[in-house]
Design a protein around this ligand. Sequence first.
Ligand code: 0O2
Length: 242
Amino acid sequence: MDREQFMESADKMAKEIVKFTEQIDFDEESLLDVIEDHMLPVEQFFANYNCAIMEIETKFKVLNEQFSLKYDGNPIESIHSRVKDYDSIIRKVIRKKLPRTLDAIEENINDIAGVRVVCSFVDDIYRLADCLLQQDDIILIRSKDYIKNPKPTGYRSLHLIVAVPIFLENEKKLVKVEVQFRTIAMDFWASLEHKLRYKKNISEEMLNKLAHELTDCANISASLDARMQNVRNLIMSETKGN
Ligand code: 0O2
């Protein structure tokens, strides 16, 4: 969620609070107190995730720089980050039947902060993931390897849920971030598939028809990744001999 979307969500919440308080006989000052009391924890909640994203992004930028000196070229093509928007969080709260408290959301939803790292080759994904996990301030909470075990849809990506410390005015706080590693080909497939199908209301019949085609496309793009990796390996072994 960018700053504009965050302000929109915050504005929506503030309007809801105002609507609620209109039913009670408040003077203007206590109304402002109520809004502030409600808004501050929410703002702090989202700010923590933004800070955690900055920490993780910096780690990858440093690794990218270092890898580019050691190996030939940068392993990272691009990094995209987002804080999950308010509506998506609420949808997940309802789906997982969670209590509607910030503590329960923080405890049970792992992908509020998301960093997607798009790499050139499959090998780069595992090398970068290992480097991240070796850092002594990073705690691995969960790893799902959808590259070795693709989803039935054909989706491929390496997902790590990690906790990273952020240093606030008077405390150190561990914040969870979902890191998704993909190659350009995996990202190309996932982005288009998401646009076409993911979370859309399409009939069961149509979904079945499309599923086969999309899985087939995923397999083609995975074999392209394997071939490009192979070409790279050949070039590397050739240049090593020189
Ligand atoms: P968005 O907007 O990308 O954030 P959990 O986090 O464990 O409660 P789950 O469903 O077990 O939930 O997580 P999973 O399947 O490991 O990862 C979910 C995320 O992976 C999705 O986030 C997508 O980003 C991506 N993803 C998973 N499966 C597919 C797929 O078939 N196609 C595409 N395009 N992306 C997929 P969100 O929250 O659904 O959306």
